[in-house]
Design a protein around this ligand. Sequence first.
Ligand SMILES: [Zn+2]
Length: 308
Amino acid sequence: MVVFDAHCDVLWQIWQRKRRAAFNKDDALHVTLEGLKKGKGKLQCFAVYVPEEVPHEQRFEIALEMIHIFYEDILKQHPEMKFVSTRKDILALQEEEIGALLTLEGCDAIGSSLTRLQTLYRLGVRSVGLTWNYANAVADGALETRGAGLSDFGKQVVQQLNEYRLWTDVSHLSERGFWDVMQLAHFPIASHSNCYSLCPHPRNLKDEQIRALIARNGRIGITFVPMFLTEGGPAAITHILQHLEHICSLGGEHHVGFGSDFDGITETVHKLGRYAEYENLKNELIKHYTEEQVHSFLYGNFMRGVTF
Ligand SMILES: [Zn+2]
């Protein structure tokens, strides 16, 4: 059974390591070509994440460096990795090919420029996270104490995403920002967020937020970040199943999938420490759900949600 993973940070890892990490096979990376093959990855989202420490005026440049890494180190060197930017591209993937989709984690990289957003779209970005954890020109992030919603510029960004039929990603966004997006966005998703009612972390979604995403036909990627899965103590695959079951209980059986956050985390879930170990998650899922349901969770739900 193949996997659609809605979020990983391997571009950031490779950038951080000054391109001295090998995507093909490297123990320092969670997501590698070898791991994708073993874990039956079919569609991987590659996030462009510009770290907080980067000064504002350099952020767009760094985003472009990561996109360069995507094209050179991921795609060009590995013929099995196929650039995809439309549903048609994904459906055209051959048996041995893995789709690579470019996404943006946080609009910090575009400053307050729509031109930059439009340029990222032309470079292949198909899902746009509005914030990382703090405030930017679009909105406040989940950890920004002010907790503001969308700015006027943020509204323009969402409208542009609607026009392009791109996903507006609410993971990392403030709660107020979330509800503003629910008003405006045509194609909202949460690429990597879990359930607040099971693990009350500000990065997680409250039940009414999960219900709203489901009502808007959005998608939710359960993420393998231990501190978003369980409070204190090590996280296990059973915790992931609890979050999955909870989203299903809110009506999300056809809206839930996975956004691992591999390479964006240092602590990992027991027996799910790298991409190849998706197999362990599948083996656990199949004990509790039908094959059809497991396929939907792993791949089908996000795939049906592709709007571009
Ligand atoms: Zn993230």
